[in-house]
Design a protein around this ligand. Structure first.
Ligand code: ATP
Ligand code: MG
Length: 560
């Protein structure tokens, strides 16, 4: 975590290793920078993808290059247009525009032609073994693999069989096309890797045109090469794939794209695998891909995150060459920092306690001018109504307060934000002894920060006028998992055993009436409570808010 700490405090960060590589090649006269973001459309994008997006688009922008959006749609079984659409929406929302929108499936014809070229060169063959047999005969790191009995088929026979694979003469799994490299290669991935498999499955773009589909390792580098990608950036686990990436490009003698690897983003209390996120959606553990507790980009958006805060986070995380885990607190720090500058302040009471101001006239209403954002003068002010009955936060009253408790308690005074001083005269309880109401008096001279005799009162609490308040659903969101690393499961358990039962606590609170004008997606700071965002589940007059993040910044304190 040390590297992160340094970058948060500093203004100018040093160049990351990818920037160094690019600047070195620029110095040698290779000035073109072409990157791509290559999602597989088999799920919604998450914060890890956001890191990759900011990196790929960011590098292209910084060096006057271009970044493509390429859908890596080579596995028709799991892919869908729903995902394609959501990915485009999320990349745009993050603030990026792609130079070209491409699909690996657009290259199926070219990939097929190239496969034929490799067969003709004696570099690829059709294998009749099942994928399971192939796996079992691959050997181990110390034991060489076993050559397939079909490895030495003639070029003619291979061409014929491959063409018939394409024509649909064989069933799923009956044959594969393999690259002919070296069954004893120390890198297991080069032991005659599979290039094509038979899948009689409709593809969301190519329909039923194809029943053979290229594998990732064959399709990816070749797609990069077709688009003349100069810097193909991927996550660390692909470093063992790089020799294969280079092998195909070399054998085909096509544009030499290069692959570079960086450490994937991991976050505490978060899972990032699309497969596991899909499980949460399918098992209805969350409301959907955009559940505000999900680490998806649409989930973060719904929760109230801004694109600026996500980009700032990606920048602060930096680009590492070794795997690490980032504190979720850093992401929260970034959104808090942004919303502090941009979100208008409002008053809302989450756990209401009724206050009756006994010496305030019944039926009277006054309006108090309240500042919308002390960090941004241009946000102006609004008028907040005050009347005889109010709601305050239950936590802001204590019958027997400890020392240095500056909020309300019997016989004590407190300032109502932007309004009067009130003093607690009487505590009303129900038969069970629960406090149900406070009787207070107010100092009529004390509006706007003054008091009748110049006395000072330390505590300031938020409030809403009961007669004007609007009830609202406040979704108090917390981490979805209770375990710091939910992927690290104990024996006999799954990541689902670490769900936080209190990740969503629904409160019925009261909000000030000006909030009735707000729209879905609007973000506010509820004074002293936290940042909140209007949820799409809101109905006219029945607002629903998600708590984006609390006000307390434990991350910044810890990392000072
Ligand atoms: P997952 O494992 O979550 O399913 P993936 O790697 O299969 O993710 P892709 O759609 O293939 O998902 O990813 C598109 C791009 O995003 C790839 O270049 C991948 O390396 C990058 N990426 C995915 N997850 C992360 C992450 N956690 N941190 C950084 N980059 C990531
Ligand atoms: Mg992938």
């Amino acid at each position: 975590m040390n590297n992160v700490k340094e970058e948060v405090g500093g203004n100018e960060r040093s160049r990351n290793f990818l920037e160094e590589i690019i600047e070195e090649s620029i110095a040698k006269g290779e000035t073109r920078v072409q990157t791509r973001f290559p999602p597989e459309p088999n799920g919604y994008l998450h914060i890890g993808h956001a890191k990759s997006i900011c990196l790929n688009f960011g590098l292209a922008k910084k060096y006057g290059g271009k970044c493509n959006l390429r859908f890596d749609d080579t596995n028709p079984v799991k892919e869908d247009v729903e995902y394609v659409d959501s990915i485009k929406e999320d990349v745009h929302w993050l603030g990026f525009d792609w130079a070209g929108e491409y699909y690996a499936s657009d290259y199926f014809d070219q990939l097929y032609e190239w496969a034929i070229e490799l067969i003709k060169k004696g570099k690829a063959y059709v294998d009749d073994q099942s994928q399971e047999e192939i796996r079992l005969t691959r050997g181990t790191v110390t034991v060489p693999g076993k050559e397939s009995p079909w490895r030495n088929r003639s070029v003619e026979e291979n061409l014929d069989l491959f063409q018939r694979m394409k024509a649909g003469e064989f069933g799923d799994g009956e044959k594969v096309l393999r690259a002919k490299i070296d069954m004893a290669h120390p890198n297991m991935l080069l032991r005659d890797p599979i290039m094509y498999r038979i899948l009689h499955t409709e593809h969301h773009r190519t329909g039923n045109k194809w029943c053979i589909y290229p594998m990732y390792d064959y399709a990816h580098g070749e797609s990069d090469s077709i688009e003349k990608i100069t810097h193909s950036i991927c996550t660390l686990e692909f470093d063992v794939h790089r020799p294969l990436y280079d092998w195909f490009i070399r054998e085909l003698n096509i544009f030499p794209s290069h692959q570079y690897e960086f450490a994937r983003l991991n976050l505490t209390y978060t899972i990032m695998s699309k497969r596991k996120l899909l499980q949460l959606v399918q098992n209805k553990i969350v409301m959907g891909w955009d559940d505000p507790r999900m680490p998806t980009i649409c989930g973060l958006r719904r929760k109230g995150y801004t694109p600026e805060s996500v980009r700032a986070f990606a920048e602060k995380v930096g680009v590492a060459k070794r795997d690490n885990v980032i504190d979720l607190g850093l992401l929260e720090f970034c959104v808090r920092e942004d919303l502090n500058k941009t979100a208008q302040r409002r008053m809302a009471v989450v756990n209401p306690l009724k206050v009756v101001v006994t010496n305030y006239p019944e039926g009277k209403t006054e309006l108090f001018e309240s500042i919308n954002n002390p960090e941004d003068e241009s946000a102006g002010t609004r008028m907040v109504p005050f009347s005889r009955e109010l709601y305050i936060e239950r936590d802001d009253f204590m019958e027997e307060p400890p020392k240095k408790y500056y909020r309300l308690s019997p016989g004590k005074e407190v300032r109502l934000r932007y309004s009067y001083l009130i003093k607690c005269e009487e505590v009303i309880k129900d038969a069970a002894g629960n406090i149900i109401e406070l009787r207070c008096t107010y100092d009529p001279e004390s509006g706007h920060g003054s008091s009748s005799d110049g006395r000072k009162v330390k505590g300031v609490i938020h409030w809403v006028s009961a007669a004007h308040a609007v009830e609202a659903e406040l979704r108090m969101l917390d981490n979805l998992f209770i375990k710091e690393n939910p992927d690290d499961v104990e024996e006999g358990k799954t990541f689902l055993d670490y769900l936080n039962p209190d990740s969503l606590v629904i409160k019925r609170g009261f909000i000030e009436p000006s909030l009735l004008d707000s729209n879905v997606g609007d973000r506010f700071q509820f004074e002293r409570v936290g940042y909140f965002c209007v949820d799409p589940d809101s109905q006219p007059g029945k607002l629903v808010f998600n708590r984006t993040v609390g006000l307390k910044d434990s991350w910044a304190k810890m990392n000072k």
